[in-house]
Design a protein around this ligand. Structure first.
Ligand code: NDP
Ligand code: OXD
Length: 310
């Protein structure tokens, strides 16, 4: 079997090539830029492939996304149709996201930014917030990551809601489904976490109309994809006080351009797409196992639904 690997940084591509080669003895793993016989490629392992890279391989059996999202693959305007896309998921990823969501929800809940400002001003300023059970938090997206995040928040005692496309039942989480229940889900949500996949239906979902449906002073956390958020609408909502604080891990352009107002906004916390970056060695093992399973059986558990977009 021959595998072509592409990541935007060449040194990272070589690192993944070496690691996967070690995990797949007898296979041939090469960087996309070294492929001289495109017909021979069976699998492509990619993160943000360049337009047309994948279309070069006429005998491709599957595309492997180095990550849970497949939007970066579907973005390729020349993507060959009908090739299975396998996402990379696992307990390492869900655990990291669980930690990130708990950290930032608790930070907003306890108003840590205000508390830290008080310390900087040598101000003994006691902030007493409602107990978690009186704080309503909502998670948009109840898949691999969102369901675990919601369970974690419920476990911390928050009044927790979740929203997905289809109906769910998660212990301790009030679940809402579909566009028809979106308003009810948002109504009263004081801290909102986004864990949706980026699709035509969800692009721009975090806009002025969503912010207006949250209670005044709500906090938002975007750890899914940058284009879920309308940046200008968030800045306006922060300026008006409709939104009090935002934690953003993902952006329209990554790295976030140095002149972007989010970097210096006092009510915005920026993290560099690290909410849940899978440990590369664990990710490599998952990818190798998926490749072996797909080569053996023609499918594997982590094949995404490209039509649906996730
Ligand atoms: P899943 O595919 O497992 O789950 C997606 C969830 O979103 C499902 O519950 C789905 O509903 C719901 N959903 C999809 N479309 C809609 C819609 N139109 N309306 C309501 N709900 C919808 O995804 P994961 O949990 O694995 O990952 C989510 C996203 O997180 C990824 O796509 C990626 O963009 C991002 N991510 C970010 C990382 C980071 O470090 N910042 C790391 C990893 C992922 P249903 O269950 O009904 O289908
Ligand atoms: C992913 C990501 O999709 O890292 O896994 O964002």
């Amino acid at each position: 079997m021959r595998v072509a690997v592409y990541l935007p940084a060449e040194d990272k591509t070589q690192w993944w090539v070496d690691m996967l080669q070690g995990l797949l003895p007898g296979w041939d793993v090469i960087p996309v830029h070294s492929v001289d016989d495109p017909q021979s490629i069976d699998f492509a392992v990619v993160w943000r492939p360049r337009t047309g890279d994948l279309a070069r391989f006429p005998n491709l059996r599957a595309i492997i996304s180095i990550g849970a999202g497949i939007d970066h693959v579907l973005d390729d305007a020349a993507l060959p149709k009908g090739i299975p896309i396998i996402r990379t998921v696992g307990s390492d990823l869900t655990q990291r996201m669980r930690e990130y969501v708990a950290l930032h929800v608790l930070r907003h809940h306890r108003d840590m930014p205000r508390q830290l400002r008080a310390q900087a001003e040598l101000d003994w300023h006691a902030i007493v917030v409602p107990v978690a059970g009186r704080r309503t938090v909502g998670v948009m997206g109840l898949g691999n990551l969102g369901a675990v995040a919601a369970q974690t928040l419920a476990g911390l005692g928050f009044s927790t809601r979740g929203w997905a496309r289809s109906a769910k039942s998660i212990d301790g989480v009030e679940c809402y489904a579909g566009a028809g229940e979106f308003d009810a889900f948002l109504d009263g949500c004081e801290i909102l976490v986004n864990l949706l996949p980026l699709t035509d239906d969800t692009r721009g979902i975090m806009d002025a109309s969503l912010f207006d449906r949250l209670p005044q002073g709500a906090c938002v956390i975007n750890c899914a994809r940058g284009p879920h958020l309308v940046d200008g609408d968030l800045l306006a909502a922060l300026d008006s006080g409709q939104i009090k604080q935002a934690t953003l891990d993902v952006f329209h352009h990554e790295p976030l351009p140095t002149d972007h107002p989010f970097w210096t906004h006092p009510a915005v916390t920026v993290t560099p797409h690290v909410a849940s970056q899978i440990d590369a060695e664990t990710g490599g093992q998952i990818i190798a196992a998926n490749l072996l399973e797909f080569a053996r059986s023609g499918t594997c558990a982590d094949v995404a639904d490209a039509e649906r977009g996730y």
